[in-house]
Write a protein that binds this ligand. Structure first.
Ligand SMILES: Cc1cc2nc3c(=O)[nH]c(=O)nc-3n(C[C@H](O)[C@H](O)[C@H](O)COP(=O)(O)OP(=O)(O)OC[C@H]3O[C@@H](n4cnc5c(N)ncnc54)[C@H](O)[C@@H]3O)c2cc1C
Ligand SMILES: NC(=O)c1ccc[n+]([C@@H]2O[C@H](COP(=O)([O-])OP(=O)(O)OC[C@H]3O[C@@H](n4cnc5c(N)ncnc54)[C@H](O)[C@@H]3O)[C@@H](O)[C@H]2O)c1
Length: 472
């Protein structure tokens, strides 16, 4: 076994690990990057990218059914499911070089393709090497959670790791879990011609504002997705092509395929964290706001750090850790300004506090501004008038924004920026938004905060009357 000594050793070449490797090596640190599976991790190979590529194909199919309001004869599209999967594979292939071993070796990173495990508090083993490093980063991501439902061992099921490889269209896809994975996949498969039933034990899209989630659910149901909420699964049975999900209330749901989208399990298997003195629990590696573990040499980022599980969070964590282990400067994470988006149609986006969380935290000091997409000229022109923006404001500054509607994922960016930079609402009200854009909705919401002060103000009215008398 050969010995490698380095400054930084990163385990996992997904969104978090790759960002740290690229940043650290380009700033002059010696970096070893270890990847046991595919370069690019979940986001590229089995998460964000394939799911968004599938959603884009499904959107194209839906547009063909949706033309009547524009005077275009609707038609039921012929979907070649295998060709749709070719599109998904092509998108992955196009992006893959950015995350590739060749690119990182070109940057000067030493890449080892093997599963890593700690052999001591400052050593890791992989690919026949012992790696001794000043700092380690655990960036090992997460895997699909397989809930312990009786029968799960005997029934064939899909997860995010296998569903994108399916080339034959499922006739009836059953999905356990109504979170972002479940709902994005439900709508995409429905639009691509599958019958779809979502079985959710609690509330579907339960991490978001229920008023906004309800708008998404209404559209999914209108498109023919069956969503069962409060549905406790007690048993699974059947075989390929004929699967039965038994519910606690005695109902049985039958379908041809089953997708498990019931949450994630942090991927710490085989890392031997005990020998390194790195504590962890069911959620992830135990870290402080600085992302440092119980071993001062070892940090954790991304899904492995046990908090919000998004690619942009892994990227944000990378910046926090680079500051500390490359530059030796202090840095801490915060979740106050982290947005997230569920890419259903309409899209569902959140940053900062929801209305309920803002009222709990700030009581009567919070004002909630509401703007409906129905009042936005561009949304009307596009035939997409369903949607709502809510902005939670405390002392003239936004503390949260929730959006459901077309392009909500793009629109939330402005609010993420405003909250991150602690901007005042007056800055957004003062912005000139191009007409006609969906983005005007943000300016209009901000303007609504000031309009009672301007339009229902007797003092101002008296002052204006006076000015009008004296103006030459
Ligand atoms: C279906 C789906 C859709 C998603 N859509 C979005 C989205 O639209 N937007 C968004 O922001 N997020 C989305 N996510 C979440 C996003 O994919 C993750 O949050 C992100 O990939 C986490 O990055 P990471 O670096 O922590 O882990 P990963 O990207 O999972 O990378 C971890 C890497 O570590 C490797 N590894 C694990 N253990 C070891 C070991 N012992 N030795 C060596 N290598 C190891 C793994 O093989 C993997 O390549 C989605 C997730 C799924 C499942
Ligand atoms: N657009 C995005 O950014 C995006 C898309 C997909 C996934 N992700 C990330 O991946 C994470 C995981 O997504 P997810 O949807 O798997 O998880 P999730 O935890 O968000 O949702 C899982 C859902 O499954 C339900 N559930 C769990 N066990 C069940 C059971 N036995 N029977 C019925 N229902 C059950 C839960 O009540 C929950 O609503 C997300 O939290 C998110 O961080 C992000």
């Amino acid at each position: 076994m050969s010995l490698i000594t380095t400054d930084i050793c990163i385990i996992g070449a997904g969104s978090g690990g790759l960002s740290i490797a690229a940043g650290a090596v380009q700033m002059g640190a010696r970096v070893v990057l270890i990847e046991g599976g595919e370069m690019g991790g979940d986001c590229l190979n089995a998460g964000c990218i394939p799911s968004k590529a599938l959603i884009a194909a499904a959107k194209a199919a839906q547009a063909m059914r949706d033309g009547a309001r524009f005077g275009i004869t609707p038609t039921e599209p012929e979907v070649d499911f295998g060709a749709v999967k070719d599109h998904v594979a092509r998108v992955i292939e196009t992006i893959a070089p950015v995350d590739s071993q060749e690119r990182f070796e070109g940057l000067g990173v030493r890449v080892i393709r093997d599963w890593a495990k700690f052999s001591g508090p400052d050593t890791v083993e992989a690919g026949g090497h012992r790696i001794k490093a000043r700092r380690f980063v655990i960036a090992t991501g997460s895997r699909p959670l397989v809930p312990p439902i009786p029968g799960v061992d005997t029934v064939p099921y899909l997860t995010n790791e296998t569903i994108f490889g399916l080339r034959d269209r499922p006739a009836h896809l059953l999905i356990i879990g109504g979170g972002p994975i479940g709902m994005e996949m439900a709508q995409a498969h429905r639009r691509l011609g599958c019958k779809v039933t979502v079985i959710e034990g609690s509330k579907a899209l339960g991490h978001d504002d229920p008023e906004l989630s309800a708008i998404v659910l209404a559209n999914l149901r209108a498109e023919g997705v069956e969503v069962l909420e409060g549905a406790k699964v007690v048993a699974l049975s059947g075989q390929a092509g004929d699967i039965t999900v038994a519910l606690e209330d005695g109902r049985q749901v039958q379908g041809t395929h089953l997708l498990l989208a019931a949450g994630r399990k942090v991927h710490l298997d085989g890392l031997n964290l005990e020998v390194a003195g790195v504590k962890h629990d069911g959620k992830g590696v135990t870290v402080g706001a600085d992302l440092r573990s119980t071993n001062r040499r070892v940090y954790a980022v991304g899904d492995a750090a046990g908090g919000l599980q998004f690619t942009h969070v892994a990227g944000y964590h990378a910046g926090i850790v680079i500051r500390q282990i490359v530059l030796g400067l202090p840095a801490k994470t915060s979740t106050r300004h982290i947005p997230w988006v569920t890419y259903t149609d309409p899209e569902l986006a959140q940053v900062g506090l929801t209305e309920a969380a803002a009222r709990k935290a700030h009581g009567t000091a919070v004002s909630v501004l509401r703007q409906e997409f129905a009042h936005n000229d561009r949304a009307q022109a596009e035939g997409k008038p369903v949607g709502l923006l809510k902005v939670m404001v405390v002392k003239g500054r936004p503390v949260g924004a929730s959006i459901v509607g077309p392009q909500a994922g793009e629109l939330i960016g402005l609010w993420a920026f405003a909250i991150a930079s602690r901007a005042k609402l007056s800055a957004i009200a003062g912005m000139v938004a191009p007409y006609p854009t969906l983005g005007e909705i943000s300016k209009r919401a901000a303007g609504a905060y000031f309009s009672p002060k301007l339009f229902d103000n007797p003092t101002l009215k008296g002052f204006v009357r006076l000015v009008q008398k004296v103006l030459p």
